[in-house]
Design a protein around this ligand. Structure first.
Ligand code: FE
Ligand code: CA
Length: 530
């Protein structure tokens, strides 16, 4: 998509990587935004095998619209999905019943080779707070039927919202058994907080199955990786059950990346890294039920956004990877020293931070949910006689901005702030203060950290560090190292988080059950066991 020579020229001219120049070139070279404007498309394609191997999905609902998604890929592990380089017409329909007898609305869309024959239909004019069923047709092939819903009207106060929080689903390290239970949880929504795929080469940490190919770099590589993950019937089965709201973390691109800085920052030039980022972001867009407003432009893609479940809950979906400054202290677990506390360190970037402040002030919701990636609790790990060390890839590496955010939530009396987090492959419940080390400060928010769905393979109910973590960090109310997800039930009066765990992700037939459950009452961020 990009000519490296053009970008290099821009780079030389500026004498250093410049966002402005890079974007100018990336914009000019990008051939993305074709969408449904193709003047022609194959209306009766024929497929040698089922083109709907990746299933169907829906996402980003509001009270009258949502996104329907599919991607035509008769051969998921082919860079082009086994499709010819031509646009193909896909028809879609939405019904008010599961047998698809009462069609409410239908239409045509074009799956273009430029977007990997993905289909993103933004359906408008639906009724608020309703369940719908949908399917696609291409040629004589018909997709499975998916189920989705709109959110309640902006002025409504719904009785209840039930949703799951999931993250970190390394395909090699565990089976997606937890999605089997989740499919029976009768959820309104799934919130995926990142590490949807992992970029690593085949066999790196293989336990139950193997990635296809080497560490992913090209657009084709990223497409294939997403397709391999999404071919899993438990994963695409869960996508077909209810709408998802997704955001990415690092592994959708590169482990522990920060902005335009690679994990291997001494070896990888920012220009090369931004080219890789453009590939990763495009494949992510193609694979997810996202709105057109998220369509990537070159190496940039706006993923932060809000979603309102009436006046009950406001989701503020953050992107803590794309705009962050480099991790301090060489990304090594460190004391909260001058570098970690440096005021110029930013996790959100200026624009997203301003956006977040104004959305929080405008919010009419009882519960304000920061759906984001890395742990906000300032959890210190005591490994020697020395002072505690903190993860620099998580919010403690950006401690000034984190404390400023907590102060903002407190001073502006933002209603019931709840932080939802992924990334760390273990479950946590944390009570958040402006500075979590100052236990006498008043509580500001509650953080629920979801463990990994599969990453890491089977874990321990009581991690080895449990006692030391709890005794050194009074803000931590719960910690568990097993695989699973969080099931949240939200009413105007209470928030309940059920920590669901799987007894074995290394072989089929694992059992998923509720390990622990915690409640927060509206108006008080103190956490109680349910
Ligand atoms: Fe992860
Ligand atoms: Ca991560």
């Amino acid at each position: 998509m990009f000519k490296r020579s053009d970008i290099e020229r821009a780079h030389q001219y500026e004498g250093g990587i410049s966002r402005r120049w890079f974007m100018a070139y990336a914009g000019a070279l990008s051939s993305l935004p074709l969408l449904e404007r193709s003047s022609w498309a194959v209306t009766s394609p024929s497929f040698s095998s089922d083109p709907f191997t990746l299933g169907v999905a829906s996402g980003d609902p509001d009270h009258h619209s949502l996104v329907l998604w599919t991607r035509l890929a008769p051969e998921p592990l082919d860079p082009h999905g086994g499709m010819k380089a031509e646009p193909v017409q896909v028809t879609w329909e939405i019904a008010s019943d599961e047998t698809m007898k009462s069609i409410v609305v239908s239409g045509k869309s074009i799956a273009t080779p430029q977007l990997g024959h993905s289909v993103h239909v933004e359906v408008e004019g639906l009724k608020p707070d309703r369940w719908y069923w949908y399917r696609f047709r291409a040629g004589d092939a018909t997709s499975p039927i998916g189920r989705t819903r709109t959110f309640p009207a902006p002025d409504a106060m719904p009785d209840k919202l039930k949703f799951a929080v999931t993250s970190c689903q390394n395909y090699e390290q565990g089976l997606y058994t937890a999605y089997e239970q989740m499919a029976n949880d009768d959820l309104d929504l799934v919130c995926h907080l990142g590490d949807y795929i992992y970029e690593y080469e085949a066999g790196r940490n293989g336990k139950v199955r193997t990635h296809h190919g080497k560490e992913i770099q090209s657009l084709g590589d990223y497409r294939i990786r997403h397709a391999q993950y999404r071919s899993d019937p438990l994963l695409h089965g869960m996508h077909a059950k209810c709408p998802w709201i997704v955001t990415w973390d690092d592994h959708e691109l590169d482990n522990n990346c920060a902005g335009d800085i690679s994990e291997e920052k001494d070896k990888v030039h920012p220009v090369d890294f931004l080219i890789r980022r453009a590939n990763a972001y495009q494949a992510y867009y193609e694979a997810m039920p996202l709105r057109r407003s998220c369509l990537p432009r070159g190496s940039d893609m706006t993923l932060y956004r809000t979603a309102s479940f009436g006046q009950l809950a406001e989701f503020l979906v953050l992107d803590t990877r794309q705009y962050r400054s480099d991790q301090p202290n060489n990304d090594r677990a460190s004391p909260l020293n001058v570098s970690a506390l440096d005021k110029t360190q930013s996790m959100l970037g200026r624009q997203q931070k301003n956006w977040l402040s104004s959305k929080l002030i405008q919010s009419q919701a009882n519960w304000n949910i920061l759906a984001q990636q890395v742990m906000m609790g300032m959890v210190g790990f005591v490994r020697t006689e020395n002072e505690p060390v903190y993860s620099m890839d998580q919010w403690p590496g950006y401690a000034a901005e984190r404390m400023e955010l907590m102060q903002f939530l407190s001073e502006r009396s933002i209603s019931n702030p709840i932080v939802l987090t992924g990334d760390i492959h273990s479950s946590w419940v944390n009570e958040l203060r402006i500075d979590d080390r100052q236990f006498e400060q008043k509580l500001v928010a509650t953080e629920f950290v979801a463990t990994s769905l599969s990453s890491g393979g089977n874990g321990l109910e009581k991690p080895k560090s449990l006692e030391s973590v709890l005794s050194n960090n009074p803000c931590v109310k719960y910690h568990n190292g097993e695989r699973g997800y969080i099931r949240c039930t939200v009413t105007p009066k209470t928030w309940k988080s059920d920590y669901m765990v799987v007894d074995d992700v290394l072989q089929p037939g694992g059992k998923t059950f509720e390990r622990s459950s915690f409640v927060v009452e509206s108006g008080n961020p103190t956490v109680h066991p349910a």
